[in-house]
Each structure stands twice: as C-alpha cells, then as structure tokens.
Ligand binder design. Sequence first.
Ligand SMILES: Nc1ncnc2c1ncn2[C@@H]1O[C@H](COP(=O)(O)OP(=O)(O)OP(=O)(O)O)[C@@H](O)[C@H]1O
Ligand SMILES: [Mg+2]
Length: 275
Amino acid sequence: MQELQNSPREPLLRALLEKRRRYHAFHPSTWAADLGLILDKEYKPVPPDEWQIKMLDSPSNRICLNIHRQGGKSAMSSLICLHKAMFKPRSLSLIIAPALRQSLENFKKIQEYINLLPEAPEFHEFTKLSMQFENGSRILCLPGGNEGRTIRGFSRPDVIVEDEAAQCSDELFDAILPMMTTRPECKFILCSSPFGQRGHFYKIYTEARGWEKYQLTAYDNPRISKEFLDEMRELRGPYVFAQEYECQFVASDTQLISHEMILKSYNSAIPIIEI
Ligand SMILES: Nc1ncnc2c1ncn2[C@@H]1O[C@H](COP(=O)(O)OP(=O)(O)OP(=O)(O)O)[C@@H](O)[C@H]1O
Ligand SMILES: [Mg+2]
C-alpha cells in the first residue's frame, strides 16, 4: 500500500477512485454492486435485480412499489437511505412503518450494509433508532402508530420510506405529507404488497399521477420456486395469495361491494331522479 501511495501511479489511482465516487453518487445500483452490498442466501454478493436497478437509480421523487412479499422492497429502500446519508452530507432520511418493530428491520439492514463497506463511515451517534454520520447526515427510524402523532416535528427530509404502506393508516400518511412542504423534492418511497381496495397506498398505486410505479409478482422473482408458491396458495387461500404474491388489490373479505363494482355502477347515461 505504501509503495502504491508513493508510486507515480498514485494520482492516477486517486483520480480514478474520485471519478468512480462521482459516478456512484448518481448510480446507487452500481455503488451497491461494486461494493458487494446485496448478498444472496449463501452470503455471496449479487447484482441488484432489473427492477431494483431501475428503482435505485431513478431520478423520480415519488416511487410506489407494489411488490410481492419478500421481493426486496425493504432492502432496496434501506439502501437508498444509506446512499443518501453517505453521498449527501447533512441529509435526513426517515424510515416509517406501522410498528417500530418493522422499521427496525430496515434499520438492521442498513447496519448490515455498513458492516460490508470497505471503509466504515464515522458516526457522531449510533443508537437503536438513529444514526448520525460524521458528515451530519441522519437516518431515523420512526414508529408509525398513534395515527402519526409520534412522527410530527421533522422537517425537510431528503428521503422518506413508508414501509408496509398498505397497512399504514391514512392519518399517518396525512402526518407525513406536511414534512415535505419546504422540500417537495424529497424522495418519497411507498413500499407494500396490497391490502384491500382502500387507503392511500391503493389510491396512489391505482390513480395518482406523477408517481413512478412498480409491480412485480412472485412469479417474476427467480429466487422463488413455483413449488413454494403452489404450497402458499394452498395454505393461505386464494384471497391472501393474490394480495401477497400476485400484487392484486382484491376487495377485502369484509367489503361487500368491490371498488371496481362501485366504479362500474357510475353510468352518466342514467338521469338523476329528483325525489
Ligand atoms: N437482488 C437480490 N438478490 C438476492 N437476494 C435479494 C435481492 N434483493 C433482495 N434479496 C433478499 O430477499 C429477502 C427479502 O428482502 P426484503 O426483506 O427487502 O423484502 P420485502 O419485499 O421487504 O419483504 P416483506 O414483504 O416481507 O416485507 C432478503 O433476504 C433480501 O436480502
Ligand atoms: Mg419489507
């Protein structure tokens, strides 16, 4: 190493690393792949999937992931938070899920990525719920319960991850939105598999404009076998299976008339009868 530092090639090497760093700043998927941050079940580094590359490198600030269970939603959104923290000093990333236990899982993933980094960053503070990097960036893990009362008070976040968004209340979603008032370019990522035809996740995925939307069923994941899916369909029944593995927003079993049926019932050709 000493030899290399004193060699005439050193400035060239530094320039190459700096160039790579600048490239990594705008290409989180290459950063993750070059540093071997995504591991398969044998703990071997693997490249991100096609949808993951698109999502990681997307310039969009509104991303809605309707992806099957265990598809990599939390892993990828956690990677985005770490990348932001390392490449944008003084940035703020918030991870929110219906229960603290769930957002802590994302936090754990970030810690695992940090352990894989060739040069670990320095921290001012590292607790179970927050990390403050030496460059001033923070990643905070927040519980989404209590209709969002516990998440008020944060402003100008750079990244917000709302994990298990279909299970988060609309009150929580309403509490998140004002945080972006003075930084609307904040990257807001909703991750979930469907949970009935209701709530903000359903509405955004099916209706909202300006969002980059992703859908990936378990059949499209090469890590999941057909045999496993057949078993799940049998064990969990068609209703749960369609939601969790086929990304389908099915009317909940307590919903007598589906949202689709309600929409179909609107027929402007029938005149309104005044009574
Ligand atoms: N490209 C990939 N290659 C190999 N393994 C991957 C890849 N992406 C994700 N994984 C692995 O898939 C598993 C599920 O990932 P993750 O927990 O992020 O999924 P999820 O969609 O959030 O699941 P859930 O719906 O249960 O919350 C993890 O073990 C993760 O490391
Ligand atoms: Mg998850």
